[in-house]
Design a protein around this ligand. Sequence first.
Ligand code: XIL
Length: 363
Amino acid sequence: MNRRTLLAQAVLALAASTIAEPGPAAVPDGLSDHAWRSGRSFGCAVRGNVLLSQPSLRAAIAREADTIVPETELKWKQNEPAGGRETYAGAEAIASAGEFRGLALRGHTAVWHRSIPDWALRQFEAGRGADLVLRRVRGVVAHFRDRIVEWDVVNEAIEPEDGLAHGMRNSPIGKAGGRGLIADCFAAAHDADPKARLYYNEYGVEYASPDEDARRVAVLELLSFLKARGAPVHGLGIQGHLTVGNRFREKVFRSFLADVASLGLEIRITELDVSDRRLDADIQTRDNAVADAARQFVGVALDEPAVAGIVTWGLADPSSWLDTDRPRPDGLVQRTLPLDGQLRRKPLWQALADGFDHAPRRA
Ligand code: XIL
């Protein structure tokens, strides 16, 4: 990241000194350039198979982003499909493609209830879950020590609808050790890589609805608990999977961000995308509505100095998880990411660039 910043500064200085001689635009002007000018960062999730087979996508990522996040290649199921045999080949391929281009690497995610391998689930049932989870955290974080700058150590541990104490999710991880185990995961990650920034990551905290109200309360409670325990937690990741048509209330989100910041935590939007599944097919209508939803959300997020940057969950449309996990009723590809299928910038790209440009500069 530093190398790129220096490079960008050198290019800017050169451009300024040769202003009388117009030539091809040498100044990089991707989303990360807009982000840096506000003292922030911009990144995107990538899929190994797509990244490695599409040189044009790699070039677009290098132009737009300063950070990449493997979309699935750092999940437990992928890393340890059979007990005791760790494999990081998929993540390594992404890491070296990124390192080659000076991109920082963000780790997602050491612990997630939806990514526990089957063999491990059987161990959980036998009461060996807590030890296994901690071994998993140590293994993956140590493997990428000094290379992954920031980790989602634990993902989606809260689900107030499950009715458990403190809004914890009724998952194998919850049952194996609850909040105490989550605190221990952060300690284990810190031991394995003392320089890494350690995040708790969560979804469904943006909108004004009774279940999101409850999730915000539970997230704040968990973060306060972790801080009180002295767990090495540095930030909250807010996934930011938006949907056009959901009720966003600026005041509610703004005060949530301020509450998190008041705990001394950094915040990052970690998985931004905008589902258009409730809209008619017309592309222009969808693109504008998607951009408007993001503009509103990002405007509030980047007003908060604790928000260190944005990661989108993919960069270009045809490879969004929403098309498989939450498809449109008519089956059309969703217009959910900053670039389209030809890697052209969409109104959503502009909304993000404007969001960074208008944000108060972060110290
Ligand atoms: C998703 C990936 O994008 C999909 O490819 C995979 O099939 C399932 O996981 N919240 C998260 C991410 O924290 O890990 C999820 O990623 C999307 C929702």
